[in-house]
Design a protein around this ligand. Structure first.
Ligand code: PRP
Length: 181
C-alpha cells in the first residue's frame, strides 16, 4: 500500500460539490414528469449517489446494484460479477445508472445488457468520472462530471484494495508509488 503522503489531489470536495449541483439541475430538467429510478452501482458510486440525489429537485426512487470487476488490483479483470441485484422491477421505468467511473466500459456494458432484458422505458448513464483513454467497449455516457487522464484514482467512494473510499476528495498515487499488481 503506498504512503498517503504521496497522494496527489485531482478534485477537491468543493469542486466535486459544484459539479454535482450542475449535473443535478440538468437531470431535474431532463426527467421532468417521468418516473426516474437512480441505480447506484456499488460500491464505488455510493457517495456520488448520496450527493447527486440531493441535487435533483424532483421525486426519484433509489436502487442499488452490486457489481465488481477489479478484485484487489488496479487493473480491471474484465470479468464482471453481480454481487447484489436490484430490489424491484424496472419495467416501464426510466433508469439512470449512477457510476463513480467509466474506465474500460466493461462493467457498464455488462449492466446495460443485463438491465435491458428487464424492459425499462430508458437507461441513461451518469458517471462522475470518465476515463476514455482505457475504453475497450463503447458505452454512451449521458452525464459526466469530469473527463480524467489515465490515473488510478481513489477517494470519494473509489478504493485501492478497499481502502481510501471515505476520502472526501478524489486523488491518485503517481504510478512510481504503486508498484506492480
Ligand atoms: C469500478 C467502478 C466501476 C468500474 C469501472 O468498480 O466503480 O463500476 O470499476 O471500470 P470499467 O469501466 O473498467 O469496467 P469496481 O469493480 O472496482 O468495484 P467497486 O465499485 O466495488 O470498487
Amino acid at each position: 500500500m503506498p504512503n498517503a503522503e504521496s497522494l496527489e489531489v485531482l478534485y477537491s470536495e468543493e469542486v466535486i460539490a459544484e459539479r454535482i449541483r450542475v449535473l443535478g439541475a440538468e437531470i431535474t430538467q431532463n426527467y421532468q414528469g417521468k418516473e426516474l429510478i437512480l441505480v447506484c452501482v456499488l460500491k464505488g458510486a455510493f457517495p456520488f449517489l448520496a450527493d447527486l440525489c440531493r441535487a435533483i429537485d424532483m421525486d426519484v426512487r433509489i436502487e442499488f446494484l452490486g457489481v465488481s470487476s477489479y478484485g484487489a488490483g488496479t487493473k480491471s479483470t474484465g470479468v464482471v460479477r453481480i454481487t447484489q441485484d436490484l430490489a424491484h422491477p424496472i419495467k416501464d421505468k426510466h433508469v439512470l445508472l449512477i457510476e463513480d467511473i467509466v474506465d474500460t466500459g466493461l462493467t457498464l456494458r455488462y449492466i446495460l445488457d443485463n438491465l435491458t432484458t428487464r424492459n425499462p422505458s430508458s437507461i441513461g448513464i451518469c458517471t462522475l468520472l470518465d476515463k476514455p483513454a482505457n475504453r475497450r467497449v463503447e458505452v454512451e455516457v449521458d452525464y459526466s462530471g469530469f473527463t480524467i487522464p489515465d490515473h488510478f484514482v481513489i477517494g470519494y467512494g473509489m478504493d485501492l484494495a478497499e481502502s481510501y473510499r471515505n476520502l472526501p476528495y478524489i486523488g491518485y498515487f503517481p504510478p512510481e508509488t504503486l508498484g506492480n499488481d
